[in-house]
Design a protein around this ligand. Sequence first.
Ligand code: HEC
Length: 140
Amino acid sequence: MIRLWSALAFLVVVSLLSCQSDEELQRQRYITEGILLYKNNCANCHQTNGEGLASLYPPLAGSDYLADKNSVICLIRYGQQGPIVVNGKRYNRPMPAQAKLSDLEIAELTTYLYNKWGRETTVTGVKAVTPVLNQCKNRL
Ligand code: HEC
């Protein structure tokens, strides 16, 4: 009987561990893709280290704008026009829309941005991103 219980306890522990590492694997996959997408679509302006460029392109590293994740998700797809304030500094240049990025790619980018510069250690999954994108469609 004791054996049976310890076998069951063992199984429970193993399944909990593998569940956690599935999530960790997904996070690593998203971040790996996110890094590539960032290099190809964002680093030209915001720079590889996310520090932005002078008064032209605002920083992502340490940006207080990241506090509003829904706005960031919308801004990646639809771009941004007009004045914007980041860490108390005013910027006013158009950021081009990225219409060719899929919902999944935006989820990967968002996961990368927030793991790198937003103090998060979790995945922003495509299931969370799609409803936000559907909403900002109406807003813009
Ligand atoms: C052509 C240059 C350019 C590219 C490419 C670009 N951005 Fe931007 N980005 C800007 C500018 C300019 C602003 C400020 C817009 C304004 O002044 O209204 C901005 C603003 C932002 C902001 C909000 C402000 C901040 O600094 O936190 C985020 C987040 C952002 N961009 C993320 C991205 C991501 C992610 C990508 C890649 C998918 C990207 N940008 C690609 C130029 C660019």
